[in-house]
Design a protein around this ligand. Structure first.
Ligand SMILES: Cc1cc2nc3c(=O)[nH]c(=O)nc-3n(C[C@H](O)[C@H](O)[C@H](O)COP(=O)(O)OP(=O)(O)OC[C@H]3O[C@@H](n4cnc5c(N)ncnc54)[C@H](O)[C@@H]3O)c2cc1C
Length: 414
């Protein structure tokens, strides 16, 4: 594929931009692939990309029942950070954050990574102690974070109200190289790079069955016919339980709706991301000027892609306490995604009881930030059967009681 560059933009301008080729091909499915990935969200596409780039496996199909990036990857509030408490989490999230730093160059696609910094507010003594502990853990893990004072919070985010009616701001956990990226561009960039390597990104192709023989995966049944494969990766977020059911095993995940909303666009007023977990809401400003707002997950299992109505009121109320100036803003749109939550709020990157069938799920409310690192590790797991980034996140941990408890770092707000 032609490389994107300033020179290419200038050259195409001469022909009124009519000469650009399609960013990715739309091929018909073949009868067989070395590897099939189910789900063309960020994690599925990144897995395919690193299978090709790091392990030379390019006879790969990524099957997507809708359109690529149309699941949670295109519905999230794009916060990227790696300030988790447990060592395995810090390793995979920090790998991911560091890959984001150069992802645009790597993919030759501008993913608009913006390391503007993330503050997680401490609004109770309990949170102060919790975040101080995380800052110490991060120092040992080589992740750069610091616990900052209320005055420093105000300096970084002048529109914040430190003396809210319910909870004052007592400080915050600050990660200066955390930030945001453009979610669609992450999916599109990986899809284009996969297509460039000769992989097949096949949209409108729903997997309806997993075929096995003698306990080993042999292929999938889809809305576009049967397709054989040697290795299968299930990477379908909120639909993981259904796909596991098709393959004949059970998963310890629950699917719930998580929602977000954006305001009308306004002039730049905030150049950091703020998360307020006690009052519960988080906010950043998009490049278009909209205030991007995230709220809580529904308290019951469901597959709606919109979320419960009362959450909007609770989230907006929490953010008006924290940022009184937004009380005069009009909200523009609201939407939801189906997130897959595990009991310890950590993901599952694992072999399964079916030989050569692998599962990547359980990212819950916080998997956008993990896309490059998860793809890197999961591709290694699929190629070699083991991966230092993934091994701690295996399914066995639920049998062995080896939980990776991130309920504070990733419970709902993220
Ligand atoms: C409102 C909201 C806000 C969020 N905010 C953040 C945030 O700020 N930061 C952060 O890090 N994370 C955030 N997340 C979480 C993040 O979006 C997800 O963890 C991440 O996008 C999951 O990516 P994925 O590739 O695993 O799943 P998805 O992007 O959902 O992709 C899975 C794909 O599988 C496809 N699929 C399902 N079943 C089948 C089938 N049978 N056959 C073929 N294809 C199938 C789906 O159509 C979908 O496209 C948020 C999520 C939501 C909903």
């Amino acid at each position: 594929m032609k490389r994107y560059s300033a020179f290419a933009v200038a050259k195409e301008a001469l022909s009124h931009h009519m000469g650009w080729e399609r960013a990715w091909a739309s091929p018909e499915p073949k009868e067989r692939y070395d590897a099939i990935i189910i789900g063309a969200g960020g994690h599925g596409l990144a897995t395919a990309y690193y299978l090709g780039k790091n392990h030379g496996i390019t006879n790969v199909a990524i099957l997507e029942k809708g359109w690529l990036g149309g699941g949670n990857t295109g519905r999230n509030t794009t916060i990227i950070r790696s300030n988790y408490l447990q060592d395995p989490s810090a390793a995979i999230y920090e790998k991911s954050r560091s890959l984001y730093e150069t992802l645009s160059q790597d993919l030759n696609y501008n993913v608009m990574f913006s390391p503007r910094g993330v503050i997680m507010l401490a609004q109770t003594q309990h949170e102060v102690r919790g975040y101080e502990r995380t800052a110490h853990a991060n120092a040992l893990q080589g992740v750069t974070t610091e616990f900052i004072s209320p005055a420093r919070v105000k300096e970084l985010c002048p529109i914040i109200n430190l003396d809210g009616p319910r909870y004052p701001v007592l400080g915050g956990l600050w990660q200066a190289r955390a930030g945001t990226a453009r979610h669609d561009a992450v999916a599109w960039g990986y899809a284009r790079a996969c297509s460039d390597m000769g992989m097949h990104v096949i949209q409108k192709c729903e997997v309806t069955g997993v075929r096995t023989e003698g306990g080993k995966v042999t292929g999938v049944t889809t809305s576009r016919g049967d397709i054989a494969c040697d290795r299968l990766g299930i990477v379908v977020a909120g639909h993981s339980g259904h796909l596991a059911d098709m393959a004949g095993f059970r998963l310890p995940v629950e699917s719930v709706a998580l929602q977000a909303l954006v305001s009308e666009p306004i002039k730049p007023c905030m150049d950091v991301v703020v998360m307020a977990n006690t009052v519960h809401g988080y906010m950043s400003q998009s490049d278009k000027g909209e205030m991007v707002i995230g709220g809580g997950a529904d308290g019951y299992n469901n597959y709606t892609q919109r979320g419960s109505f009362h959450h909007i009121e609770e989230t907006v109320r929490a953010l008006i306490e924290t940022f009184p100036m937004i009380s005069r803003l009009k909200m523009l749109r609201q939407w939801g995604g189906i997130v897959d939550m595990t009991g310890d709020r950590s993901p599952i990157l694992s072999k399964t009881p079916v030989e050569n069938c692998f599962i990547n799920c359980g990212w819950g409310t916080g998997g956008f930030k993990a896309i490059p690192g998860s793809g890197w590790g999961f591709a290694e797991l699929m190629a070699k059967g083991t991966s230092p980034l993934c091994d701690a996140f295996s399914l066995d941990r639920f049998k062995e009681g080896r939980f990776i408890d991130e309920s504070v770092a990733a419970g709902v707000a993220h």
